[in-house]
Each structure stands twice: as structure tokens, then as C-alpha cells.
Design a binder for this molecule. Structure first.
Ligand SMILES: [Ca+2]
Ligand SMILES: [Ca+2]
Length: 331
């Protein structure tokens, strides 16, 4: 129910946005100021723990805002080209409006190309881009019921893979061999469609269903570790670990739900974003859960810059991206 409420709220926000874009940008400023104030104690806590391993001061947060991002769903660290990619739904998450776009940010948070890949182009089909993953030299982007495939270097659209039976494709991840995609199983009005599933796409474009299970309750973020699939759900507060056959081997709970993005560090610890708590959790390998980012409204599909220990947090409703350095993993 909560999810539906949040999403209805989103739908209302979108309507509002169409008529009050100027006041919204003022509001965004006010909210940012509030957010900065609120995050201060949290930053203090984090620096306390980092002091043990490093005397260097923690780098300041970088806010990418008022640059034209529009309903940013996902941020991906492109290690190959050392840059950040941001998927922008630009409107309703289920509208086939061909106006979605992908932005390129430098690692210092500057917009290098706001509409690097742009649905407005006749050569690009892109409605409501969400999760992204890189495999070889291709960028895979989920787009409602299809996966769009682009050349990572030129942004040229290579192909489009329709996933029959899917209703709300969401996160995309690659293990270097194949690509996995979650279907959150939602209708255009965000009610449950019952198609909750995880799919696998092979390099040559062939795809198959790994597992379908309504009880997943809106599977959203995906990550891969040691061939296992980690999945968090938007309709609940759980992280499942599945083997490559799609069988659940473990389930872990988080304090609050409406979980969206997940990124794993090399030791298996997991960053998970939660709309319900407006935060990003870190679940350590011993099972302890701490909050590493707080007071972020609608933190969607987070990214992880492993080179710089930075979390990349898209604020879905505020058209912003937060780039935040977190403690290196020493635990
Ligand atoms: Ca187009
Ligand atoms: Ca759109």
C-alpha cells in the first residue's frame, strides 16, 4: 500500500511540475538547504569512524542540481570511461513518450552532455529509461517493456530487445558475461500486475526468464556477487540472495522498505536505498545495518564509484544527484 501511495504522490508531483516549474525550483532550493542542515549530524558520525583508518578530511558532498535532470532514476559509474551516466525518465515512469534521455557527468559532477542519448532523436527510441548496465562496449537500459542497447562510446542505438510478458522492467546489472533485468510487475497505475520476475539476456540478444514469483513483491534493484543475484524489493523491505537458477538461498530484512537500488562492494557488503526511510543503508558482511546517507527524498537506483568510494544517489523527485564519499571498507 505504501508503495502505491508513494507512486501516486509521484504522479501528483508530476502534474504539479507541469504548471509550477519556477516555484518548484525555489522549493528545491529550500529543501536542499533543509537537507544540508539535517545531514550535518550524520556526516559527523561518519567522519568519526573514518578517522581510525585515515586522517585525511572527508571530501565534501557534491550536489548535481538545476542542470536539467528530469526524474533521474539511476546513476551508473562507467569505469571504462571514468564518468557517471544518469538515466532520466522525464515524465511518467510508464509513459511511452519517447522523451527519455541519458546524461553524462564528469566525476566532479559537471554535466558533460545532458542529452547524450536522447529519445527526441529520430534514431533513438527511449521512453522512460531506468536501470543501466555495461557489458563489453554496450550500454543496456531498461525501458518499460524493452531493453534498449547502445554503443557505449558513441551512444548510437544498436538494438532493442522486447521482453514479452514484462510490465515494468526496472534494474539492470551485468556480471561481465550476461545481463540481468528485474520486472517490478506493475501496471501503468502502479497496481500489481503479477509479472514480478528476473530475466537474463545473453550477449547475442537471446533472453530467458530466470525466475517469476509474485511473492517477490515488486523486485527492484539487482546486484551480482560470486555468481549470486542480490535483489531488493520495492513492495517490502527485503534483500534476497538467489543462485543463478533463480532459487532463493537467503533473505535478509532492512529496518524500513520501499527498497530501490543496491550496489555491492567486493567484500559482499551492500548499499541499499530506501524510499520509506529516505536513506541509504549499508548492510555489512556480519549483518549489521547502518545508515550512510540520510534525508534524501526518494533515493532511487544508486550507483557506486568503487575507484573513489563514492555513492551516487539520484533523487527521483527533486531532479538532483548526490555524490557522496563514504568510508573505505576496512571492516
Ligand atoms: Ca525517438
Ligand atoms: Ca519519459
Amino acid at each position: 500500500m505504501k508503495t502505491i501511495f508513494l507512486l501516486s504522490l509521484f504522479a501528483c508531483n508530476q502534474k504539479e511540475k507541469a504548471t509550477t516549474s519556477t516555484s518548484n525550483s525555489n522549493k528545491a532550493n529550500e529543501e536542499l538547504k533543509k537537507g544540508e542542515k539535517k545531514t550535518a549530524p550524520e556526516q559527523k558520525n561518519i567522519s568519526k569512524t573514518t578517522v581510525k583508518s585515515s586522517e585525511a578530511p572527508k571530501p565534501a558532498d557534491i550536489w548535481v542540481q538545476e542542470v536539467g535532470l528530469s526524474t533521474p532514476e539511476s546513476v551508473l559509474y562507467d569505469a571504462k570511461k571514468d564518468r557517471y551516466l544518469v538515466s532520466n525518465i522525464n515524465g511518467n515512469p510508464t509513459a511511452a513518450d519517447d522523451n527519455g534521455f541519458i546524461s553524462v557527468l564528469s566525476t566532479d559532477g559537471k554535466v558533460e552532455n545532458l542529452k547524450w542519448i536522447d529519445g527526441a532523436s529520430d534514431k533513438i527510441e527511449l521512453n522512460a529509461p531506468k536501470g543501466m548496465a555495461i557489458l563489453d562496449d554496450k550500454l543496456y537500459v531498461s525501458d518499460i517493456k524493452s531493453v534498449r542497447v547502445f554503443d557505449l562510446h558513441t551512444g548510437v542505438q544498436k538494438t532493442s530487445i522486447a521482453i514479452k510478458g514484462a510490465s515494468f522492467l526496472n534494474d539492470v546489472v551485468s556480471d561481465g558475461q550476461v545481463v540481468y533485468i528485474s520486472d517490478s510487475g506493475m501496471n501503468p497505475d502502479f497496481s500489481a500486475s503479477g509479472t514480478d520476475a528476473i530475466y537474463r539476456i545473453y550477449k547475442e540478444g537471446k533472453h530467458e526468464k530466470v525466475v517469476a514469483d509474485k511473492s517477490f513483491s515488486k523486485p527492484n534493484g539487482l546486484a551480482i556477487h560470486n555468481s549470486n543475484i542480490y535483489m531488493v524489493n520495492f513492495g517490502g523491505a527485503e534483500m534476497r540472495i538467489l543462485n543463478p537458477k533463480g532459487e532463493t538461498t537467503k533473505t535478509h530484512s532492512f529496518p524500513k522498505g520501499s527498497l530501490d537500488g543496491i550496489e555491492l562492494r567486493s567484500d559482499g557488503s551492500a548499499f541499499v536505498s530506501s524510499w520509506e526511510s529516505s536513506s541509504v543503508y549499508l548492510r555489512k558482511t556480519d549483518g549489521a545495518i547502518e545508515t550512510v546517507v540520510s534525508n534524501v527524498d526518494a533515493p532511487a537506483d544508486i550507483g557506486w564509484d568503487a575507484k573513489r568510494n563514492r555513492l551516487l544517489v539520484p533523487l527521483f523527485k527533486q531532479n538532483k544527484v548526490l555524490i557522496k564519499t563514504v568510508a573505505a571498507h576496512s571492516q
